[in-house]
Design a protein around this ligand. Sequence first.
Ligand code: SAH
Length: 283
Amino acid sequence: MAEPDNISLFTFCASSTSFLAVLICQLLPEFSNSLYLSFLVFPVWCGLSYVLVKYIFRDDPSYQNALRAGFLGCAFSLGLIISFLMPTISHFGWYLTALSFFHWSEYYTTAVTNPKSLSLESYLLDHSKEYKLAAMASWLEFSIEWLLFPGLKHHNYISRVGLFLVIIGEVVRKLSMITASTNFNHYVQYQKQKDHQLVTSGIYSLCRHPSYVGWFTWSIGTQIILCNPLCLVGYTAVSWKFFKQRIYEEEIYLLNFFGEDYVEYKKKVGTGLPFIKGFDGTF
Ligand code: SAH
């Protein structure tokens, strides 16, 4: 059976291109369906893909991987279609494309750079209750404001700033994962692995926590894309607090693992996040 990275890449590409093809066919003049009606294709397509994937991988646990990548591929294409063909909610399309790509690429980058730590959780789809609540809050805010004050959602230049931040955040995050390679982990490590080495080169020479800088920038960018003022404030405050605590905890263990080397590194390089200093030696 193929490697998990190939399964994920193949299924993501296959589902996104085929779903895109189905949706584009729906737009041909021969079909009298309206664009909105054609979105019924999404659940039908997901159902068919589910049956197909289960059939192809019937005795193999990889079907769980293929299902997630397939679903994210469909969501990616749906986002593109909304972006290009539905001007009134095109920014939601940008957001959906960015969101599905982020989750898929978290798994794929882990599979390529650190396969030992790979699991289905690397898709970060079950990240935490708070993460899901935050996502739902942003959809709710977008929908309510879109219905009540549609003008608020039509600031193309603001959404472009958001898109720029999302792209920068995504690049910084993935560059960090590639640079840290096997030393990177979606879970803070409390015990030093034999092969765990301190990374201070590349993007880690600019800041100590580049992957968190990337994620922080990305998450703020998503709310700017959506022109969601309430969630923008909420996301900034909540993710800042989350990363402050996480960095503090992570650095206690990093100092334990690498001692003087980490102390020296800490003296020279900042965390990368505003007003976050990390563990200062006091509890
Ligand atoms: N905080 C880093 C890494 C996140 S991954 C960043 O934002 O890029 C989390 C794991 O990375 C933790 O288990 C921690 O032990 C490890 N880690 C963090 N900084 C590291 C470094 N400079 N070198 C090696 N491992 C590091």
